[in-house]
Design a protein. Structure first.
Length: 176
């Protein structure tokens, strides 16, 4: 695939998802330095400035190699930064994973379910994946609930992103 970014913008009822190149570093740092937001992300600790920069480079590389990846999420009405969401490869694999992370201010509004449902449609209809995976820290009850609500089936406890996670799959053809 070309190293150019594909101009993909996704819309849901309340959100606009834009390729990561539209993400302001200050917005990423707002989340990366919030202990409550980071509690259920990988190792559960906040990131240094250098770690945030490295993450952005990694996400940009994924976009250039695959033509899809994590996206910046904004409220449609106000343009306010909400967080991150997208389809990317699961840590150390070629499996397409749905992931999301929102600023605390937007928790409990149903946005994770909304974005997850939109990303599922995008992954199956536009990206033509046969199966999706998702992971969530076992203690993150809200994310585990969102994944189940969106049709993901718990398969096992696994180890990704340097931590133990619940591993889910979604395969519309035989999701049993």
């Amino acid at each position: 695939m070309s190293t150019c970014f594909i101009m993909t913008e996704l819309n849901s009822e309340r959100l606009v998802l834009k390729p990561i190149r539209f993400l302001r570093f200050d917005d990423l740092r707002q989340m990366d330095t919030d202990p409550e937001v980071m509690k259920y992300i990988a190792t559960g600790r906040t990131k240094t400035r250098e770690e945030s920069l490295a993450w952005m480079e990694k996400v940009n590389l994924h976009w250039s190699q695959h033509g899809y990846g994590m996206m910046a999420a904004y409220m449609r009405e106000t343009g306010e930064f909400v967080g991150l969401a997208g389809v990317k490869n699961l840590d150390g694999t070629d499996l397409p994973e749905i992931g999301y992370r929102f600023c605390k201010k937007f928790w409990g509004m149903g946005l994770a379910t909304e974005v997850c449902k939109r990303l599922i449609v995008y992954a199956f209809e536009s990206l033509k994946f046969d199966k999706l995976v998702a992971v969530a820290i076992p203690e993150n009850l809200a994310s585990n609930h969102v994944l189940k609500k969106c049709g993901f089936i718990f398969k096992k406890t696994a180890y990704f992103y340097d931590t133990e996670v619940n591993y889910y799959e979604l395969n519309p053809k035989n999701n049993t």
